[in-house]
Design a protein around this ligand. Sequence first.
Ligand SMILES: NC(=O)c1ccc[n+]([C@@H]2O[C@H](COP(=O)([O-])OP(=O)(O)OC[C@H]3O[C@@H](n4cnc5c(N)ncnc54)[C@H](O)[C@@H]3O)[C@@H](O)[C@H]2O)c1
Length: 215
Amino acid sequence: MKDREKIPKATIERLPLYYRCLDKMATFEDVEVVSSKDLGGKLDIPSTQVRKDLSYYGEFGRRGVGYNVNELKRSVGKILGVNRTWPAALVGAGNLGRALVNYGSFEMMGLEITCVFDNDLDKIGNLINEREVKSVQEMSQKVMKNEIKLGIISVPAEAAQAVADQMIEAGIKAIWNFAPTRLYVPEDVSVKNEDLAVGIVSLIYHLSWQEETDV
Ligand SMILES: NC(=O)c1ccc[n+]([C@@H]2O[C@H](COP(=O)([O-])OP(=O)(O)OC[C@H]3O[C@@H](n4cnc5c(N)ncnc54)[C@H](O)[C@@H]3O)[C@@H](O)[C@H]2O)c1
């Protein structure tokens, strides 16, 4: 395997796409062998790119034959770290938080939201997908006790930094942040910002340009 630092970010971001596609082929489509052309074709990624991405991590598949779907899925899963389950703590059991806790397919990607916190007395004690919403005051203790390393923030932007600070103090090392605000974190903590509004605005941008050129 290449030096981790030298692997392009874009390659790392494509790996989950390969993994999900391989999982679908293995689980629902009973496909045993796949070529880089077919795998890339399903994802709109050129076959040369698929081969290059995988080559950073070793030699997979056989020239002229293709990749064994299950073997490649296992290898990519191991590279991604999704071959095990990572428990996560979610703070903010509102509309988005509830949708995330109810979503059934994160486990396939190695994520299990094991505890949910909020500061609203009307929400504390409620069940979401069999998880009881606990007071955010209990978060640090729960995270430390269960050695949870992954945190999910779905509180309003104004509350996000304080929640992140609390998570980090408790030992969280990776934060999936849905609040539309920048988080300031130490170097050894990773943050992935998920800003859905930015995605939709780029679509609207294309729509509005299309309308202008249609006039
Ligand atoms: N709903 C969406 O589709 C959506 C889409 C994109 C981004 N977001 C972002 O996600 C976040 C949540 O959105 P929402 O629609 O679920 O809001 P919401 O108001 O329904 O939920 C927010 C929850 O956070 C809790 N909360 C607030 N401060 C807290 C604190 N300090 N500690 C613990 N809990 C706290 C509230 O009690 C509430 O239950 C927001 O930052 C929003 O901008 C939401």
